[in-house]
Design a protein around this ligand. Structure first.
Ligand code: PRP
Length: 177
């Protein structure tokens, strides 16, 4: 197969490293007095690369878990109905949960998942997203820890896909045909 084409770089590897270091410091400060391990929950699939870097930058005891939700079914327009495809492995009751995403677009996924998790009586649920696209937000959403704001462009790489491709790019690029 031919080598994949280069995309224009929006966020370089160097900038990603700086974002990770900053978020790691913020999260370490925020959770420094935590009594039991922080439960870091990644929403698959987009969050897996960001989450791998992030947990190595947080200096408090933690455990990881994953959840897969589907909000789009087979279509491209959000149905607004979030279904759990793969649930957490363990209980979050009484625990501190950090929910990790690659991007908050409309905000529907995060707001539904936060509501779902809060029904399980955790001690706290906070959210951390690598990217936020405010121009696309459709529901009010408070991102507790945000890596970077982006504009309207369609972004790929560092976990983010276009039709499941390009997640492996080490930088965030702008998708173009
Ligand atoms: C993307 C992204 C977020 C969600 C954000 O996931 O990873 O989970 O959409 O969109 P929202 O703010 O409009 O709800 P996608 O459904 O593409 O799955 P993926 O994580 O497998 O890429």
């Amino acid at each position: 197969m031919k080598k994949q084409k280069d995309f224009s770089v929006l966020i370089s590897q160097q900038e990603i490293a700086e974002i990770i270091t900053r978020l790691g410091t913020e999260l370490t400060d925020f959770y420094q007095d935590i009594e039991r391990e922080l439960i870091v929950v990644g929403l698959l699939r987009g969050s897996f690369i960001f989450m791998a870097d992030l947990i190595r930058a947080i200096d408090v005891p933690l455990v990881v878990d994953f959840m897969t939700v589907s909000s789009y079914g087979d279509g491209t327009v959000s149905s607004g109905d979030v279904k759990v495809v793969m649930d957490l492995d363990s209980s979050i009751e009484g625990r501190d949960v950090l929910l990790v995403e690659d991007i908050v677009d409309t905000g529907r996924t995060f707001s539904k998942v936060v509501r779902m998790l809060k029904n399980r009586n955790p001690n706290s649920v906070r959210i951390c997203s690598f990217l936020s696209k405010p121009s696309a937000h459709k529901v009010p959403i408070n991102i507790d820890f945000c890596g970077r704001v982006v504009g309207d462009e369609f972004v790929i790489g560092y976990g983010l896909d276009y039709a499941q491709k390009y997640r492996e790019l080490p930088y965030v690029g702008i998708w173009e045909e």
